[in-house]
Each structure stands twice: as C-alpha cells, then as structure tokens.
Design a protein around this ligand. Structure first.
Ligand code: B12
Ligand code: SF4
Length: 490
C-alpha cells in the first residue's frame, strides 16, 4: 500500500484513557502511541480519567481548553472476563464518546486490546468515527494521515462506516512499516509514579502476539499469528527510564513471555549483561511449554519474582480439546524445574470447557494442589469470543439446536449473536455440588483464588478490588496474585 504524503493539517490529538479500575493499571498501549505521534510532530493532549474524581468535568476542561483536531480513546477491557460478572465497560466508554461528541467536532477514533476483539461491534455501538485494530506503534501516524486525506477506507486494520452506513474492517498488514522492534519509549505521558504507588507495578511489552491456537483465546483468533518481537536494547532503554523515576517493579505485557523461548532468553540475558537485574523485580504470564531449566535460571537471575502459567487443565483429554500446547507431564516437569528457583508460581486453571465433567475438573484441581504452586487461580466458565474456534463452534451448535441454554451463562446467545457482551460457556456436567466444593476449598486457603466478584473473599478479579488497592497503598508491590496469596484469612 502507498503511504500518503499529503501535508498534515491535523496538529493536535487528544488521547483519552477511560480505564478507572483500581488498583490502577497504566494505559501502556496509549502511552506507546502517544510517543510515536509526538515524535512524528503531533501535539498530544493527554487525558487520563483514571485518577479523576469527576470524569465529565475533566473531559469538559481538557477538551475545551485546547484546539483539538482528533480524539483517540483506548479500550483495554470489554469486561472482567469472569463468569460471575456481567459488568460491561464499553457502556461507560460509550458515555465518554457521547460527551466528546457534545464538546467537540473532532472525529473520534478507537483502538486497544479490548477494541481489537470486537472492533465492528464497538464502532457500531458507540458510533465513533474510526477504529484501528492491532499494533498501533507501526501504523498510528499513517492512520491519522489516512483519516486526514480521506483514504482510510484502504488503510490496513481500519474500521469505519461506508457511505451506505455499513461498518467495515480492512485486513491488517503487519509488514506495512516496522518501527516496533527498535522504538525507544521514554514513558513520559502517563503519571507512572502515581500508577506505581497505587498500582504496585508498571507494564512493559517485550513482544506482541502468540503463535499458539488455544480454541478459546483471542490471540489465536487474530488473522496473522506471527509474533512481533522487540529488540532487547529498546526494552532495556525503557526499563532504565523507569528505574530513573523510582519505578522498579514490572509486569511484562506479553501474552506469554516464553513464546518464543529465544526472545525470553535474550531479554533475560540483556538485563543481566546490563547489570540492572539487582535493581528490578518483575512478573509475567508464561506458557508451560517451551520451558527449560536454562530459562528458569536466567529468569531468576534477571529479577523474575513470579510467573503466572496458563495451565487450564491437568487432564490430557481436556488439554487436547482446548488445543493447548502442553500436557500433564509437562506441568510436572515445569514445577520440578521451578522448585529449584525462588520464583513464585501461579497456575491458572480454566474449568468447565467443552467435554469437562466433574471427574476431569476434580482431577485437575486435586492434581494441581498436589503440585503445590504458590498460588492457584480457578476460573469457572469460558468467555466466548466472536472469532475464536470455540466461539464459532458454540454459535453453530446453537443455530442447529445442538446446545442447550443451560450451558450458556450471561447474556443469552439469542440476544448476543455476535458474542459482543459477556457470555460464558460452562459444561452442563458441572453442577452446584461442584461450586460448594470450590467455595470450601478457598475458605481456608489464601493462595487459592476463584473467579468471584472483586470484593468477595478469595476473588481474583482485579477490578476495583479493595483489599488489593489498600495493600498496595500500604506498600505491597508486584503481581496481584503474589500480593493476594500473602493475605491473612480471618
Ligand atoms: C498484561 C495484562 C494484564 C496485567 C497488566 C499489567 C500491567 N501493569 O500492565 C494484569 C495481570 C494486571 C491484567 C489485569 C486485567 N486484565 Co489483562 N491483560 C494483559 C495483556 C496480556 C497485555 C495488555 C497490555 O498491556 N498490552 C501491551 C500494550 C502495549 O498493548 P495494547 O494495549 O494492545 O496496545 C496496543 C494496541 O492495542 C494499540 N492501541 C492501544 N490503545 C489504543 C488507542 C487508540 C486510539 C488506537 C488507535 C490504538 C491503540 O496500540 C498499542 C501499541 O501497539 C492482555 C492480553 C493481550 N495480549 O493483549 C490482557 C487483557 C487486556 N486483560 C484482560 C482482562 C479481562 C483483565 C482484567 C479485567 C482481569 C480481571 N478480571 O481482573 C484486569 C483489568 C485490570 C485493569 N485495571 O485494567 C483481557 C481483556 C478482554 C476482555 N474480555 O475485556 C485481555 C485481552 C486478556 C484476555 N484475552 O482475556 N492484565
Ligand atoms: S498460549 Fe496463551 S496467549 Fe497463546 S493462544 Fe494459548 S492461551 Fe492464548
């Protein structure tokens, strides 16, 4: 595709973070695109609603004080992705879009991890003007130029409304330009000192995407599953900027840090070589495979304090059905490797997928407990996403009458055929006795968490979690599960 060279007349872009959840997580995706735009000569009006006591007032003040040409809004979360919650964050974002419309004539564009899951539906719901899916670092400036020049209808990854009022999306094109591996982020837009004080950690991405095909996961639903890697030097640069500001606890924002293994090793080696490994602590998501003793040793040396593994199940039949890359034997090997280090380990289980019975679920939980991870998260019910294999299968079974409504939780499929609102699948074989077993399990065990509403004892939804928020205000730092597992049970 040809890049437009017409002189920009858009000069000032407001970027809005609508995520007000506590503990606060900094809008790293929005920070990244703000830096790219700023380097390309745009003036950024940074509007972070996270710490605002009155979001409407903040928007009114910030949008009316400047001459804004365009308004961008990041959408990180659609919902809590937990069966016990129907909270739908896009309703609040829609209110923000409508207020922006009243306050300004500037076109509104959307993007972000959550937006990229259901872009057309969100554009339709909010009636924002444009959206951009995927990695904004590579395409944001050309995207703005395409809006300016009215060539957006050809722009890769752009969501827009055509002249007939139909919402369309263009295929993305990862090969367009590649700033991503080497861009040096200074992280100076968000108030990261405050995010660190109140959020207990700051996120940094070392890569994007995942090459695996787990049937329920939004990563596997992307049209191109090539992983985009950052050069270790640019990641190190970013870490150092943050260390200089007193921020020294991080959470990698990769889907899985060790996919591919080579990149994980290189990041660790670069941190160790630079000698900053003693100055930082970090946490990450990880996949049980590929995982080697060498990686464990290097991760520990590089400052890793905890890994949250997407184990999902320990029953090989279930693992096969979910198309997970690992098996039970891999998990046993993994725990043996990690037991030789001081890295804390969390296993995330996903109970209730297709084919799950009480026996397979109990097998998984009991065997997971035997392996003694430092923390065990048990999510019951699988969030159905529109373009995943699981989402598509359930929709077609529903259409042919082969699935009963009793296995669908949340918004009924009849009213949610594009799976836009939170809808979960739970195998019919999981009954109320099983929930009783689970609640007894968490009662006396601070290191076992359930997908419960945020303020219920034992919950690991991090959305407005008072215990966590207070613990961090009182000095706790690190991954939330690592903070929660140390709490005292009354
Ligand atoms: C790391 C992570 C976490 C960490 C964050 C650590 C930290 N300090 O940052 C922790 C564990 C705390 C966490 C918590 C939660 N998470 Co989380 N998390 C992720 C993960 C793996 C990475 C997100 C990230 O920061 N990426 C790095 C940035 C750079 O990428 P990005 O946000 O995509 O931004 C790029 C583009 O999207 C685009 N872009 C971004 N903004 C904008 C704006 C515009 C206008 C444009 C044009 C482009 C654009 O350009 C950016 C640069 O390329 C994602 C999955 C994934 N791989 O995306 C899930 C994910 C975002 N999380 C998810 C969820 C559900 C949650 C929780 C709600 C879980 C819960 N119940 O507690 C909480 C919410 C916490 C909060 N306060 O917001 C879901 C959201 C899905 C949904 N249904 O809504 C995801 C997608 C995982 C999943 N598949 O289920 N999370
Ligand atoms: S390995 Fe993790 S990120 Fe990759 S597709 Fe599977 S669940 Fe998604």
């Amino acid at each position: 595709m040809e890049i437009d060279t017409v002189q920009n007349t858009y000069k000032t872009i407001a970027l809005i973070n609508p995520n007000t959840l506590k503990p606060p997580i900094s809008p790293v995706g929005l920070e990244y695109i703000a830096e790219v735009l700023s380097q390309d000569g745009y003036q950024i009006v940074w509007i972070d609603l996270c710490f605002s006591d009155n979001w409407e007032h903040t928007l009114k003040m910030d949008l009316s004080n400047s001459n804004i040409d365009l308004i961008g809004i990041t959408i990180r979360n659609l919902d809590e992705a937990m069966m016990s919650s129907q909270t739908f964050f896009v309703d609040f974002i829609n209110n923000i879009v409508q207020l922006c419309r009243q306050l300004s004539n500037a076109p509104i564009f959307l993007g972000g991890a959550g937006f990229s899951i259901t872009p057309c539906e969100i554009l339709n719901y909010t009636q924002a003007d444009f959206g951009l899916v995927g990695n904004g670092v590579n395409s944001i400036s050309d995207f703005i130029t395409a809006i300016q020049n009215q060539t957006y209808a050809k722009f890769p990854g752009c969501t827009y409304k055509n002249d007939d009022g139909k919402i369309l999306i263009n295929p993305s094109n990862k090969k367009l330009i590649n700033k991503y591996p080497t861009f040096l982020f200074h992280r100076n837009f968000a108030n990261l000192e405050r995010y660190f004080q109140e959020g207990g950690q700051v996120g940094i991405e070392t890569k994007r995407g995942c090459s695996q095909k787990c049937i329920y996961c939004v990563e596997s639903a992307k049209e191109d599953i090539t992983v985009e890697l950052r050069k270790p030097e640019s990641v190190l640069f970013e870490i150092e900027q943050l260390i200089n500001r007193g921020i020294n606890v991080f959470h990698w924002c990769d889907s899985e840090f060790n996919i591919p293994l080579e990149q994980a090793l290189q990041i660790c080696e670069a941190i160790i070589r630079k000698g900053i490994n003693k100055k930082i602590k970090w946490y990450t998501y990880g996949s049980p495979v590929p995982f080697t003793e060498e990686l464990a040793v290097k991760m520990e040396q590089a400052g890793c304090k905890g890994i949250n593994f997407g184990v999902d199940s320990l029953h090989n039949k279930q693992l096969r059905l979910l198309q997970k890359p690992h098996r039970y034997e891999d998990i046993k090997r993994l725990i043996n490797i990690l037991n030789k280090t001081n890295i804390a380990v969390m296993f995330d289980l996903l109970i209730g997928g297709p084919g799950e019975t009480k026996e397979t679920a109990l097998f998984t939980i009991e065997h997971a407990l035997k392996l003694k991870p430092h923390a065990l998260g048990i999510a019951v019910g699988v969030r159905l996403y529109p373009y995943t294999v699981l989402g598509q299968n359930i929709l077609s079974l529903y259409k042919t009458g082969h699935i009963s409504e009793t296995s669908i939780h949340g918004k009924p499929i009849e009213q949610n055929k594009n799976l836009y609102h939170p809808t979960h699948y739970l195998s019919e074989k999981i009954d109320t006795d099983f929930f009783k077993y689970l609640s007894d399990l968490v009662k006396n065990n601070p290191s076992v968490f359930l997908s419960l509403p945020a303020n219920e004892e034992g919950s690991y939804s991090y959305c407005n979690h008072d215990y966590l928020t207070n613990a961090i205000k009182n000095g706790s730092r690190g991954a939330y599960w690592d903070i929660l597992r140390k709490r005292k049970i009354s």
